[in-house]
Design a protein around this ligand. Structure first.
Ligand code: HEM
Length: 132
């Protein structure tokens, strides 16, 4: 199919990275670092399984895959869902550092990586709910 075809669709990030398995692996790598981080670990429950599952499903949905996250959780309302946790610049930077590392070694194509990095940088700022 040439790029001139009228039914040519832009490729989503979800497609570009190869689908759901990519996000499951990304989240697994990310959470293995969170689990070892004293600035972040106390905010999370002992069992990280649900946190992993929801984050992977959210990212799959956000980047153009199936809407399974919202079928279970409704509208993401991520800022509201993060309100119970203390998220200042320190926590945000720790979170973003682990996610950027995970994205960096994920094997995603460069353009997808750029979009993921850009998104996480901005979205993690929006999660801040403390001045300190
Ligand atoms: C780009 C930024 C972020 C995204 C996309 C994101 C996404 C998510 C998602 C989808 C969930 C699960 C929501 C649900 O229950 O349905 C979640 C939970 C959570 N997030 Fe984030 N988050 C971000 C930043 C942060 C930051 C900066 C922190 C810092 C501490 C954080 C801490 C948590 C905690 C503690 C939970 C609850 C886990 C649980 O109770 O199982 N998040 N996040």
């Amino acid at each position: 199919m040439s790029e001139q075809d009228s039914d040519a669709q832009p490729v989503t990030v979800y497609e570009a990275v190869g689908g759901a398995d990519f996000f499951v692996a990304l989240v697994e790598d990310f959470y293995s670092a969170v689990a070892e981080d004293p600035a972040l670990r106390p905010s999370y429950p002992d069992d990280l399984s649900d946190a992993k599952r929801w984050l992977a499903l959210f990212l799959i949905q956000y980047w153009g895959g199936p809407m399974t996250y919202s079928e279970h959780r409704g509208h993401p309302r991520l800022r509201m869902r993060h309100a119970p946790f203390v998220i200042g610049m320190v926590e945000r930077n720790a979170w973003l550092g682990h996610m950027t590392t995970a994205v960096g070694r994920s094997g995603a194509p460069i353009e997808a990586r750029r979009l993921l990095d850009q998104y996480f940088e901005q979205a993690s700022l929006a999660m801040i709910n403390q001045r300190l």
